[in-house]
Design a protein around this ligand. Structure first.
Ligand SMILES: NC(=O)c1ccc[n+]([C@@H]2O[C@H](COP(=O)([O-])OP(=O)(O)OC[C@H]3O[C@@H](n4cnc5c(N)ncnc54)[C@H](OP(=O)(O)O)[C@@H]3O)[C@@H](O)[C@H]2O)c1
Length: 125
């Protein structure tokens, strides 16, 4: 299986990456520390030095390289507008884009075994 893991430069993420790599999976290890990533690369893992809080770098290195459409991706202006509108309306919960969030809410109403089966179908090897 090809497994993408964030936070692999220390702690739980690092151990998870080591364990999956050792059991023969193709790990893509993400983090910010170049030194720690180099140690993982030396063991044969693919590494990606990336600050996930850096929106532009994340779009460039990940989102833009997807081989599928990000149907529900919103630009930051539209997201900001949706949040401000929700606050102005004193909404207890602000969620968007509605086509995605209403769908997720509908799925969450299903029995756990059903939505767990749907989630499992989204995992590909
Ligand atoms: N350890 C526990 O007992 C425990 C229990 C329950 C929940 N958790 C949660 O599980 C998560 C991992 O815990 P941990 O103990 O393994 O923590 P950790 O050792 O501090 O590891 C955090 C990892 O996240 C990476 N990271 C942080 N900010 C990042 C960013 N902006 N972009 C990319 N990578 C970033 C760090 O790598 P770089 O600094 O190289 O970017 C590091 O590899 C944390 O959210 C923690 O709250 C931990």
């Amino acid at each position: 299986m090809k497994i993408f893991i964030t936070g692999t430069t220390s702690g739980i993420g690092r151990q998870l990456a080591l364990d999956y790599h050792e059991s023969g999976h193709a790990v893509i290890a993400v983090g910010r520390s170049a030194t720690a990533l180099k140690a993982l690369a030396n063991q044969g893992m693919h590494t990606l030095e990336l600050d996930l809080l850096d929106r532009e770098a994340t779009l460039r290195n990940l989102t833009d390289r997807n081989d599928f459409d990000m149907t529900f991706l919103m630009d930051v202006q539209a997201a900001s507008q949706a949040i401000r509108k929700g606050i102005e309306k004193k909404q207890a919960e602000i969620h968007f884009p509605k086509k995605l969030t209403w769908g997720m809410k509908a799925v969450a109403l299903l029995p756990r075994s059903l939505w767990a089966a749907l989630a499992r179908r989204m995992v590909t090897s």
